[in-house]
Design a protein around this ligand. Structure first.
Ligand code: ADP
Ligand code: XUL
Length: 522
């Protein structure tokens, strides 16, 4: 009997999934989410990030993530789970965000006292009090400088798997080093959110793994080691400040005495944390090429396994490391759930009325189009936000509801075609995956079969499965990935949703119109 814990430190919440592996069956033992705004209001976040005068600058307090981890570990300790059976812990985190720890932080992490809460002991470990997160789009100058130094966008994409993106960690580090050179010089370690959280659990600076490290514009996507030219183009002495990159299934330490003495946990393995999207690859069962995953969370992302790295020529997509080995392709849209909520709230609707509007309006929306760029958009790159409409009456609530959902689903299909796989199935997760009306539009637009997966928490489940896989391999009883995922990844009760072939022409035409409208609008 073994218990594995998987965390997801995402934009808006910290989630935990605990799984139990018994001789005759496997089951989810606990699934719990702590939304930051509600549980920890004293940090003043909205949707998990700090309000700022400049909409391009989006930060969050890493101390809040640490406090949420402490609260969650306390809940696990009191949950009735057999603590002594916990064998390994891993996690996933929002990608790209960077945490800057000051000189001496490693020593502090190694000396956490069990009788004092974690946050009280982290007060002075920061070289920068806040962490820029993936929603930040303030680093265009740094992107240009890095791109030029590395011989252009295509060369950077071939080297690191992506052209320079404002939210990627390399440009973020460069912008910090240029604007606050003293604070940068005082930085002992630049962590990603994932390695920061793993460091708290292990009580020592934790390494990175290729799934999350590939979201930095700093890792050589072929060798999965740091790319010296990219480091040199980013900031001085960066090699000494970055964690090492280890294979995704590496045990990076054991649970620190803080957790064992304070909450009665055993010294379980801490397995390298990954990014939320790479972790969802596992949590959605995408362990073979050809099946795509879609996460409808704060951002909308579409991704799938890629046996070999095929970087995307026009610069829209990313090639990341896959935590199962090999690579994955991913396209990210910043205007995901929050754009849908914008439209819902602008017309005073709730989700039921939103769904009703989708049911009442015709597929194709009579040719009406919206580009739902409420916030700066990543795909395509739109720096100055603003919603664009064509043949769409802004006062028609129902048509605007259909327009936002069709716009997002068409963009998802068009901007994932570069991965070179013709998907016949999408496995869907994230907060909006419960919405059948949205999934029906996804089916009709894509022509694919849509499978909402049972877990709402694919990234956290993926982390728990990765902990199981790593522990089994390290104990000499390796379990194949397919066997790991097939015990937990199941379609939800509503089952698969199929496309209506008679709508193919409507959406093919509308997608062409969207491509033209998009090209003319950014
Ligand atoms: P993240 O993990 O990125 O913080 P989640 O995957 O938890 O986000 O998704 C949260 C989002 O789910 C909310 O912002 C909300 O818009 C969306 N959501 C929740 N319920 C529904 C619903 N019934 N229909 C559409 N969207 C929903
Ligand atoms: C991916 C990305 C987002 C975050 C959200 O490139 O920026 O999906 O990982 O947590």
């Amino acid at each position: 009997m073994a218990v594995y814990l998987g965390f997801d430190s995402s934009t808006q919440s910290l989630t935990l999934v605990a799984i139990g592996i018994y001789p005759d069956h496997q089951e989810v033992l606990l699934e719990r989410s702590l939304p930051f705004d509600e549980i920890l209001p004293r940090y003043g976040t909205r949707h998990g990030v700090l309000p700022a005068a400049d909409p391009r600058s989006v930060h969050a307090p890493p101390l809040m993530w640490a406090e949420a981890l402490d609260l969650m570990m306390a809940e696990v300790a009191q949950s009735g789970i057999a603590r002594d059976d916990i064998r390994a812990i891993s996690g996933a985190a929002q990608q790209h965000g960077s945490v800057y720890l000051a000189h001496g932080a490693g020593t502090r992490l190694g000396a956490l006292k069990a009788h004092e809460p974690l946050v009280a002991q982290l007060r002075d470990v920061w070289a920068r009090a806040t962490a820029p997160v993936w929603l930040d789009s303030s680093t265009s100058e740094a992107c240009t400088a890095i791109t030029v130094a590395l011989g252009g966008a295509a060369a950077l994409s071939r080297l690191t798997g992506s052209r320079a993106f404002e939210r990627f960690t390399g440009p973020q580090i460069r912008a910090f080093a240029v604007s606050q050179p003293n604070a940068y010089a005082n930085t002992e370690r630049v962590h990603l959110v994932s390695s920061f959280m793993a460091s708290l659990l292990a009580g020592a600076h934790a390494p990175l793994e290729p799934g999350d490290a590939s979201g930095m514009n700093l890792m050589d996507i072929t060798t999965c080691g740091w790319a010296p030219d990219a480091l040199a183009a980013t900031a001085p002495s960066l090699a000494a400040k970055l964690p090492p990159i280890v294979p995704s299934w590496t045990t990076v330490g054991t649970l620190a005495p803080y957790w064992c003495q304070r909450y009665g946990f055993p010294p379980a393995r801490v397995v390298a944390w990954s990014g939320d999207n790479p972790s969802s690859l596992v949590g959605l069962g995408l362990v073979r090429e050809g099946r795509l995953g879609v996460s409808l969370g704060t951002s909308d992302t579409v991704f799938g396994l890629m046996r070999t790295a095929r970087p995307e020529p026009s610069g829209i997509g990313h090639v990341f490391g896959a935590p199962t080995g090999g690579h994955m392709g991913l396209t990210c849209f910043a205007n995901g759930s929050l754009a849908r909520e914008h439209v819902r709230d602008a017309y005073g609707l709730d989700w039921a009325a939103f769904d009703d509007a989708l049911r009442r309006t015709p597929p194709g929306n009579g040719g009406a189009l919206m580009l739902p760029w409420f916030e700066p958009e990543i795909t395509p790159a739109v720096a100055r936000p603003g919603v664009r409409r064509r043949h769409l009456d802004p006062s028609d609530a129902a048509a605007n509801v259909r327009a936002v959902v069709e716009a997002q689903m068409m963009a998802l299909v068009r901007h994932s075609s570069w991965m070179g796989v013709r998907p016949d199935t999408f496995h869907v997760t994230g907060g909006a995956a419960v919405n059948l009306e949205i999934l029906k539009v996804m089916a009709d637009v894509s022509g694919a079969q849509i499978v909402p997966v049972e877990t709402r928490n694919a990234a956290a489940l993926g982390a728990a499965l990765r902990a199981w896989h790593a522990d089994a391999a390290a104990s000499g009883q390796a379990v194949a990935w397919q066997d790991i995922v097939s015990s937990f990844v199941r379609p939800s009760g509503s089952g698969a949703i199929f496309a209506r072939p008679e709508l193919r022409r409507t959406y093919d035409e509308l997608m062409r119109a969207q491509a033209r409208f998009e090209a003319a609008s950014h």
